[in-house]
Design a protein around this ligand. Structure first.
Ligand code: DGJ
Length: 725
């Protein structure tokens, strides 16, 4: 490499805030680097992404530079996939972006590098942003698109990110599954051609597929070893992640809003900002990628990410819509006696003209049903206060039913199209409100605002959304901008959430969407957690939570103990397994405590007390996934370790039992090899394991592990490890 280039690279790497004069930009965090060449007046090119570069010039000397456009445009060299395609008003469909400037500034706890580009001919501008943080390994990237042409420009492609990867033995890990089986893990070797991960639901974007993936750089995916890239699109609407193999050297990743039916008419001066694509590199396998995302979430992306969550009882599976003051009082009293901390009243509490007794009516009529709750919400908050519990409430504010006072008053507020009969959702009557409309946004904000103003004691809101966007069309959007609806809906939602967040910063919110339909980082700046799945079967939850944990931390993963013959699967599992699975996430309960035996209540009391002991490490510690349920050994295990490595929680589950089956070694990970740890079994319902009360070094626990009989099918154990003084 020549000396000029070397010193330019060094200079770029060392520059702080301000305009970067060097042509070569290095964007690094502790473990990884991106190298971009960006000479003024030329096409900016991404040359490298991978392990942190000690000497960026090596990329060129080794012949491994990508030399791909940072943001591939359609038009001139048009045979490849593109990140952006715009049609100018004169009919020209091409772009040729060149560098105007590169700047770097400190913003919101991180450092933002901005590569400002302009078309060679048209006054059309794209700025590509990369944000790194000093305290975590995730890089955020997004773009801003604008123009000063005389007439609108139509955007047909507008990815958030483009990322090339050196093609090798690349394996894709991704997460897929319908209602009740969300986020199952699928892994496959990447073959030639293009693999697309996408969603087109319009409202809930993780019910079938998730906008998150991992890609290994060097062979089969492994939890603890290997170089892995992970990426997730922080967006709540339709997405498209395309992974394109060019049969030779490079795998190209494009991630962004799904542009299908969403071409965007960009007015002069309007700024179109694409959602953040967050990505990371790890040389500690998939587990490293997960820990990087969890840390980023807790520090920068999840509402109240560093705070401890309450143990709650949700009324849904216990009493469905049959809520009333007496039953709520009884549930609260029973839960308080078990050591619970919060009660959440789910669906069924509202509707005046049309009381909500089933799914056919009342959404939109957010006034208390006086027949069921004569003392109103006040009566409930008072009862919760008296029992030492916090109080939370369910709403589904983006929706209405054709049988509701809201729909009678504002039929124009629902998403609809002319000349067609409306296709309705749940109950044969559910409809989606048109959040592109500012009046509707005001109404939805008002649902929360009115509740909170009248009842400041409400500590938690479960925000549900149970429908796909059907009847594509808006009475608010102009004729030539109907194609904006999918995007405008989610920008409208974000406006509402921003306002709620600003006015009620302490409010805890759960994102629920027919179970786990909204597990995405587009919403998590405003929500503290998500409902992981309507499937509360402990056995299936082990698989679902395993998948979700790849990108989302336990502090956000709501996991509830439900009744022993599970409503969704009909499977019977021991109360201990149900608790032990819930304890590996944000634990709660979802049943009618009146139906529990005294023995079960006593066990629940012990398990809740034990969860409080390990809650800090489960909710804020580092996750190590140890034995995957997807490996079909009949076992699954995982553990959390505190950042100081002085406290850990270990979980093992027996998924199936057959005679004389081999038992894997229960090795641990993430501990300090030098420290000695005292092992204590928690959530006990019988004799503890023989190692209970004994101490072992971290090295022994990680290299040899413990050996104990887990028990028969659906047995489980939870161990607490504490570093001995
Ligand atoms: C769907 C949610 O996923 C459930 O938890 C529950 O809140 C129901 N909606 C209520 O209608």
């Amino acid at each position: 490499m020549n000396k000029r280039l070397a010193s330019a690279l060094l200079c770029a790497a060392l520059l702080g805030s301000g305009i970067l004069r060097a042509d070569n930009i290095v964007i690094s965090n502790r473990k990884s680097s991106i190298l971009i060449t960006a000479p003024k007046g030329e096409s900016p090119r991404i040359q490298y992404f991978g392990p942190r570069l000690a000497n960026p010039g090596d990329v060129f000397d080794s012949g491994s530079a990508f030399n791909d456009p940072v943001y591939p445009q359609f038009g001139v060299q048009c045979s490849r996939e593109t990140a952006i395609q715009a049609t100018h008003n004169d009919g020209n469909m091409s772009l040729e972006l060149v560098v105007e400037s590169v700047t770097r500034e400190n913003r919101d706890g991180g450092q933002v590098t901005a590569i400002a580009t302009r078309d060679k001919f048209y006054p059309f501008y794209v700025t590509i942003y990369y944000k790194t943080y000093p305290d975590c390994e995730v890089i955020e990237t997004w773009t801003e698109i604008r123009h000063l042409e005389k007439k609108p420009v139509t955007l047909y492609r507008f990815a958030s990110a483009f990322l090339p990867v050196r093609r090798g033995d690349n394996w894709l890990s991704h997460f897929h599954g319908p209602w009740g089986a969300e986020a199952y893990l699928y892994e496959e070797a990447l073959t030639d051609g293009m693999r697309v991960i996408k969603d087109k639901d319009g409202v809930r974007n993780t019910q079938n597929s998730c906008p998150s993936f991992m890609l290994t750089l060097d062979g089969r995916p492994d939890e603890q070893h290997g170089m892995v890239i992970g990426g997730t699109l922080a967006w709540s609407g339709n997405y498209r992640i395309a992974i394109d193999n060019d049969n030779a050297h490079t795998t190209r990743i494009f991630a962004g809003i799904n542009e299908d039916q969403s071409q965007y008419i960009l007015e002069p001066k309007e700024v179109f900002t694409t959602p953040v694509f967050a990505f990371t590199f790890s040389d500690e396998g998939k587990g490293g990628v997960s820990r990087n995302f969890h840390r980023w979430a807790r520090l920068h992306r999840l509402n109240h990410g560093g705070e401890q969550r309450s143990i709650l009882l949700n009324s849904w599976e216990g009493v469905s819509m049959n809520v009333n003051q007496e039953v709520m009082d009884q549930m609260m009293a029973d839960f308080a006696a078990m050591g619970g901390e919060m009660f959440v009243m789910d669906d069924g509490w509202f509707g005046d003209k049309y009381p909500r007794n089933n799914g056919t009516s009342s959404l939109g009529d957010w006034v208390v049903c006086k027949e069921k709750l004569p003392e109103g919400i006040k009566g409930l908050t008072a009862s919760a206060r008296e029992k030492g519990l916090k109080f939370g409430i369910w709403i589904e504010p983006e929706m209405t039913n054709s049988k509701s006072e809201l729909f009678e008053k504002h039929p124009e507020w629902v998403i609809q199209q002319p000349h067609r009969e409306m296709h309705k959702g749940r109950g044969g009557t559910q409809l989606v409100l048109d959040l592109s409309n500012p009046e509707v946004q005001e109404f939805v904000f008002g649902v929360v605002d009115k509740l909170m103003t009248a009842h400041p004691e409400i500590a938690y809101i479960k925000w549900d959304a149970n429908m796909t966007l059907f009847n594509y069309g808006s009475t608010y959007l102009p004729r030539d901008k109907q194609s904006h609806l999918y995007i405008a809906y989610h920008r409208g939602l974000e406006n509402i959430l921003k306002r709620i967040h600003a006015k009620y910063p302490g409010l805890v919110m759960q994102a629920c969407a027919s179970g786990g339909g909204r597990i995405n980082y587009g919403l998590l700046p405003y929500y503290d957690e998500f409902w992981t799945s309507d499937n509360t079967d402990a056995l299936q939850r082990i698989f679902i939570q395993w998948g979700v944990s790849n990108f989302f931390p336990a502090v956000a993963m709501a996991s509830h103990v439900s009744v022993d013959t599970n409503y969704q699967t009909g499977r019977k599992t021991p109360l201990k397994l149900r608790f032990d699975v819930a304890m590996s996430g944000r634990m709660g309960m979802e049943l009618q405590p009146a139906h529990m035996t005294d023995e079960d209540k006593a066990f629940a009391r012990r398990a809740i007390a034990d969860y409080k002991l390990i809650r800090p490490v489960v909710q804020q510690g580092d996750l190590y996934r140890l034995i995957s349920p997807f490996d079909k050994t009949g076992y699954a295990s995982l553990m959390y370790v505190s950042p100081e490595k002085d406290h850990a929680a270990y979980f093992v589950y027996k998924l199936e039992q057959y005679h004389n089956m081999p038992r894997p070694a229960f090795r641990m990970a993430g501990l300090d090899p030098q420290k000695r740890y005292l092992v204590r079994e928690l959530s006990l319902d019988g004799k503890p394991i023989p190692q209970d009360g004994k101490t072992f070094t971290g090295a022994f626990l990680m290299e040899t592990g413990l050996d104990f009989e887990v028990g028969g099918e659906h047995a489980s154990h939870v161990l607490e490890l504490k570093a001995a003084e």
